[in-house]
Design a protein around this ligand. Structure first.
Ligand SMILES: [Zn+2]
Length: 301
């Protein structure tokens, strides 16, 4: 027998699955070409480094046909079931430093001899925004992907928030409907299929650390101190943290263009690994994982 909250969470996945059933474009560019285009905008990441980093193109593409690149890293030991971490940079295309930091941490993951977690790294979820002549926060259709996730009562709350609280800020348009964008749909599918135990999302430029979901948040990671900013209709923190019950760590780097120094980046990374090691629950998987195993086609309300 499912509890009321389990039924409500099931609805989140059911609606996301229906939304993602829409026809999706295939990537038009190869990984090599995508690497060349992306790294032309990034300080300190060469096309060669990107091309050699083992990235794959997702089966679906951005609005403009750019591949969404990702890479999995397995835990060095398979003895215990490793915890799974989803790391995302560049949800906002004008936060270039977040993409550079994701590449830096991919380099560390490749070099790490002992690595206890299983990672899926998406260095740039919004390639269209990053590749615009002037990089933009929003995607090619002008949607703020971080307001487009299918949170409860989205159709009511997300447009109202945009109109009243942001005064129709074009940088924060949540889109025409929940998960309307291929980039959002793809990430929702990744959460469902990869089943992360925690999500780390890198942003800029507020210079703080934000947290949604269960567990005691880290007080600081490197030079970033905890400052919980609250959740918004359609945000990833709201969708995955509040609704699905996953820890969502949001790192807000202090500058969108300037990247942290190598030692600052290394310190954030090492504090992050320590927090993940101490705070992810041993044993019982989060509620949403049990829900994903259930046959919702027959029992969803
Ligand atoms: Zn951002």
């Amino acid at each position: 027998m499912l509890t009321k909250s389990a039924r409500r969470l099931a609805g989140l996945f059911v609606s996301a699955a229906l939304l993602s059933g829409a026809a999706q474009a295939l990537p038009l560019a190869s990984v090599d070409s995508a690497c060349r285009q992306l790294t032309a905008r990034l300080k300190g990441v060469s096309a060669k480094q990107c091309q050699a980093s083992g990235l794959h193109a997702a089966a679906v593409a951005s609005v403009q046909g750019q591949p969404i690149l990702y890479r999995d890293y397995l835990a060095s030991s398979r003895r215990n079931t490793p915890k799974r971490i989803l790391l995302i940079g560049g949800i906002h295309g004008d936060e270039l430093s977040s993409v550079v930091v994701a590449f830096d941490w991919m380099r560390r993951l490749s070099a790490e001899k002992f690595q206890p977690f299983q990672w899926r790294v998406v260095p740039c979820l919004n390639p269209d925004g990053l590749l615009k002549r002037v990089p933009s926060r929003v995607n090619a259709r002008g949607v703020d992907l971080n307001r487009n996730f299918p949170t409860p009562r989205w159709l009511d709350l997300a447009p109202r928030y945009w109109e009243t609280k942001t005064r129709r800020d074009p940088r924060r348009w949540p889109g025409p409907k929940p998960a309307s964008e291929p980039e959002t749909q793809w990430l929702v599918q990744q959460i469902k299929s990869f089943r992360p135990d925690a999500i780390v999302s890198v942003h800029a430029p507020y210079g703080v650390l934000d947290f949604d979901g269960p567990r005691t948040p880290p007080r600081k990671l490197g030079f970033l101190n905890l400052n919980e900013l609250g959740t918004y209709p359609g945000s990833l923190g709201n969708y995955a943290g509040v609704q699905l019950g996953l820890p969502v760590i949001t790192l807000e780097l202090p500058h969108a263009a300037d990247v942290p120094t190598p030692s600052q980046s290394a310190r954030i990374w090492s504090d992050l690994l320590t927090w993940l090691d101490k705070n992810l629950p041993k044993g019982e998987p989060p509620l949403y994982q049990r829900l994903a195993d259930h046959n919702w086609a027959r029992s969803a309300p």
